[in-house]
Design a protein around this ligand. Structure first.
Ligand SMILES: [Zn+2]
Length: 90
């Protein structure tokens, strides 16, 4: 059961002072078509403060991606792993 306790238990006390730097990247966790099939998939993402959030597009729960990396950075890291795995052709 994902109840968000991991996401809410990690903020250090000092962080409360810096209101502009404690945002986390969230991404819609829905799979498959949303909005009655109007969208084949929902990849909505947004930076928000930690806590439970829901996708404004499809209403699904937003999933915490990271607290630092942008999505493009995550994708790049993932791609690098893929390259390393398949990678001795060159
Ligand atoms: Zn969504």
């Amino acid at each position: 059961m994902a109840d968000g306790t991991i996401l809410t238990a990690t903020r250090p006390k000092w962080a409360a002072k810096s209101s502009d730097s404690m945002e986390y990247l969230y991404r819609c966790a829905s799979e498959g078509a949303v909005n009655n099939g109007l969208k084949p998939t929902c990849i909505f993402e947004i930076k928000l403060e930690e806590g439970p959030h829901n996708c404004p597009i499809c209403g699904n729960e937003l999933q915490l991606i990271s607290n630092g990396l942008t999505l493009s950075e995550i994708l790049r890291l993932g791609q690098r792993e893929v390259d390393q795995k398949k990678g001795t052709n060159k």
